[in-house]
Design a protein around this ligand. Structure first.
Ligand code: HEC
Ligand code: HEC
Length: 295
């Protein structure tokens, strides 16, 4: 199953989950090649941050956690009405959200509710999940009180086991990128040499890597369209087979190259950062910013 496949519509949710499980067990060569080895049952997690799977409780709660994880891994197949591109949640939240890097879900449940300036509201974890549905997945939000949302939250809750509830860490970890200037020619060269083999020369994805721009990619309102966010993600996580091998400058250049291409619009973006405090690398105008600059 590659990234360009046609989404099969399935019947009941139960059937869908079962087939997701079978897909995870068997059919997908890319999964086998790309995923880290699973912990043997009961063994402490050596390679994977977060609680070991053996701590998933038996019974209905454990079933909800496992269903939630299946939805986050096979998002498009399980929730076709809510996904408008060729991505799945774990395209950016790597290793089922366990990778200790930009996008980690380990401990995320303990950081919400949280005030975020993009919406200028106190966001619940459900709100934040739906933000990624609407922007990163270019799709439609889930019902906040539905079973799919409940199960996804159950998995994020599980991944946050033993993490104390506390406000997010202060300080802006993206600030280090403020000093960088993008060299697009250098970014093109990095892309061709390092990224194209998996994401395709035209950025539309291949069987082994999801799309990076165009109709099947994240939309203009997604966090990943900020060059600093993309640079941080790429620096820590890409190339997938050799993460950490790019310099900061190479990551920044290739992030600018990727985000220099067209992608789906997000008309609601105009309402972002209503207090006019958008970060400088946000590539679109907002109503609040216009109000601030007009006399
Ligand atoms: C195109 C990449 C991308 C995809 C796909 C994506 N996300 Fe995200 N997501 C991000 C980025 C970037 C952030 C901000 C991460 C950060 O600041 O460290 C984020 C943040 C989050 C957060 C809050 C993390 C925190 O620490 O506060 C949650 C929860 C989340 N995403 C859930 C989801 C879910 C659920 C899906 C699928 C419906 C999804 N994401 C799909 C890129 C993505
Ligand atoms: C060996 C193959 C491979 C290489 C090389 C590679 N990637 Fe990826 N990339 C992946 C895979 C696989 C994922 C998604 C992981 C998943 O779905 O489990 C991904 C995810 C991403 C994402 C987030 C999801 C999306 O499609 O928006 C970005 C951004 C990204 N890669 C950029 C890059 C850049 C830039 C380079 C070059 C520096 C690069 N990648 C090199 C395989 C690769």
């Amino acid at each position: 199953m590659g990234f360009g496949h046609v989404v099969r519509r399935r019947g009941s949710p139960v059937v869908r989950i079962v087939s997701v499980g079978l897909w995870l067990l068997g059919g997908c060569a890319r999964e086998r090649a790309a995923s880290p080895p699973r912990d043997p049952p009961g063994a402490p997690s050596v390679t994977r941050p977060g609680p070991t799977d053996s701590l998933i409780p038996a019974g209905p709660l454990g079933a909800a956690i496992r269903r939630g994880r299946a939805l986050l891994v096979a998002t498009r197949d399980s929730l076709p009405g809510h996904v408008g591109n060729g991505l799945r949640c774990v395209s950016c939240h790597l290793e089922e959200g366990r990778r200790q890097a930009t996008g980690s879900w380990v401990g995320v449940y303990a950081r919400y509710p949280q005030y975020r300036p993009r919406s200028a509201t106190v966001e619940t974890i459900e709100y934040r999940i739906n933000d990624c549905f609407r922007r990163s997945m270019n799709g439609k939000p889930l019902a906040v009180d539905g079973v799919e949302m409940r199960d996804m939250v159950a998995y994020l809750w599980f991944l946050s086991r033993d993490v104390p509830i506390a406000p997010p860490q202060g300080g802006n970890r993206l600030q280090k990128w403020a000093a960088f200037r993008a060299d697009t020619a250098a970014g093109t060269a990095v892309y061709t040499a390092t990224c194209a083999k998996c994401h395709g020369p035209d950025g539309q994805g291949t069987a082994v890597g999801p799309p990076l721009w165009g109709r099947q990619s994240y939309n203009v309102g997604a966090g990943m369209t900020r060059v600093r966010t993309a640079a941080a993600f790429i620096r820590e996580n890409m190339p997938f087979d050799q993460p950490g091998t790019l310099t900061d400058q190479q990551a920044f250049d290739v992030a600018a190259y990727v985000n220099g291409h067209p992608r789906p619009d997000f008309p609601d973006k105009i309402h972002d950062w209503p207090n006019g405090d958008a970060p400088p690398d946000v590539a679109y105008p907002t109503q609040a910013a216009r109000r601030k600059t007009s006399p």
